[in-house]
Ligand binder design. Structure first.
Ligand code: ATR
Length: 277
C-alpha cells in the first residue's frame, strides 16, 4: 500500500515499543480490508507523553493505542475519558474526534470477548477466581463486575495490593490468601491468571488445580508461550481452556473500527500473523 495525503493514520505509543505486536495486528487488518491506512509504532519516552498526545491531534492522526508504561499517565491528558476507562484507571485506546482526544479502555472488553469466542454463550455460573492485582487484573475485574459475576475471589502474592483494589472497585470482590487454592477453587466456574507467572523468562505458576471443578473455564492472559503450564495442566484434567492471545486481538477491535471505519474480525489467519516471530 502506498502512503499518501489521504492515508488514515494511527499507531501505538509505548516505551520501549519495538516488541509490540500491535503494528502487525492492525497491519494484517489494514491489508485484509484493503484500507488506505497506516498503523505505526511510536516510541515515546515518559517525559514526552503529553507532547505526543498533542502531536496526534496536530499531525492528523485518527488515534492510537497506548501501552506500557503510559496507560495510567495518559488518562489525565485526554479531553474525555469513557466511564469504563475511568473505572479501570487506565487508557489503552485514544480516538481523535474534532480535535479532541477521547480515552477508552478496551482490555476488559477484549478479555470477555475472548472468553465468549472460545465458548459461545458462556456466562460465569459460579465464582470467578482472579490471580494477580496489577494493571491487567484491574481491567479484568471491572469487566467481571460489569458482567455481574456473583462472586469474584481475588488472590495476590501481596495481599494488601488485592485489598486496596477490592476496596477501590467495590462490588462482589472477596480477597483471599495467595496459596489458599482449596477454598478459592472450590465451586469456581472461571480461573484467570493475570500475573506474569508462566511467561517465558518468569517463574512458573505453581498451583494445585485438584479442587477446581471439571466444568470450570481456565484462562491465562500470558500468551508467550501460547500454551502455558497452567493451561496444559488444566487441559490435561479436562477443563476448557482459553489462551491469552485472543484478549490482545479482541481489545484491538474497537480502536480499529473508530480509526478506519471497519469492524474487523478475529480470524485464525490473524492469530497466525500475530504469532509469527
Ligand atoms: P500488569 O500491569 O501486567 O498486571 P504488574 O502491575 O507488575 O503487571 O503486576 C504483576 C502481577 O504479577 C502482580 O499481581 C504481582 O504480584 P505482586 O502484587 O505481589 O507483586 C504478580 N507477580 C509477579 N511475580 C510474581 C511471583 N513471583 N509470584 C506471585 N505473583 C507474582
Amino acid at each position: 500500500m502506498t502512503v499518501d495525503g489521504g492515508t488514515r493514520l494511527a499507531g501505538v505509543i509505548g516505551w520501549p515499543i519495538a516488541h509490540s505486536r500491535s503494528p502487525r495486528l492492525h497491519g494484517h487488518w489494514l491489508a485484509h480490508y484493503k484500507i488506505e491506512g497506516a498503523y505505526v509504532p511510536l516510541a515515546v519516552r515518559p517525559e514526552n507523553l503529553e507532547a505526543a498526545v498533542e502531536g496526534l491531534v496536530a499531525l492528523g492522526f485518527r488515534g492510537a493505542n497506548v501501552t506500557l508504561p503510559h496507560k495510567e499517565q495518559v488518562l489525565r491528558l485526554c479531553d474525555q475519558v469513557t466511564p469504563r476507562a475511568r473505572r479501570i484507571g487506565a487508557v489503552n485506546t485514544l480516538v481523535v474526534k474534532d480535535g479532541c482526544v477521547e480515552g477508552d479502555n478496551t482490555d476488559g472488553f477484549g478479555f470477555l470477548e475472548n472468553l465468549k469466542e472460545a465458548n459461545p454463550g458462556w456466562r460465569p455460573a459460579g465464582p470467578a477466581v482472579v490471580l494477580g492485582a496489577g494493571g491487567a487484573a484491574r481491567a479484568i475485574l471491572v469487566a467481571l463486575l460489569e458482567a455481574e459475576v456473583a462472586e469474584i475471589r481475588l488472590l495476590n502474592r501481596t495481599r494488601t495490593r488485592a485489598e486496596a483494589l477490592a476496596d477501590e472497585l467495590g462490588g462482589t470482590i472477596r480477597v483471599m490468601d495467595w496459596g489458599d487454592w482449596t477454598d478459592a477453587l472450590a465451586e469456581a466456574s472461571l480461573l484467570v491468571n493475570t500475573t506474569s507467572l508462566g511467561m517465558s523468562g518468569q517463574p512458573p505458576l505453581e498451583i494445585d488445580l485438584s479442587p477446581l471443578p471439571a466444568s470450570a473455564l481456565v484462562n491465562d492472559i500470558v500468551y508467550v508461550p501460547i500454551e502455558t503450564a497452567l493451561l496444559a495442566a488444566a487441559r490435561a484434567r479436562g477443563n476448557a481452556v482459553v489462551d491469552g492471545l485472543g484478549m490482545l486481538l479482541h481489545q484491538a477491535r474497537p480502536g480499529f473500527e473508530a480509526w478506519f471505519g471497519v469492524s474487523p474480525e478475529v480470524t485464525p489467519a490473524l492469530r497466525q500473523a500475530v504469532l509469527e516471530t
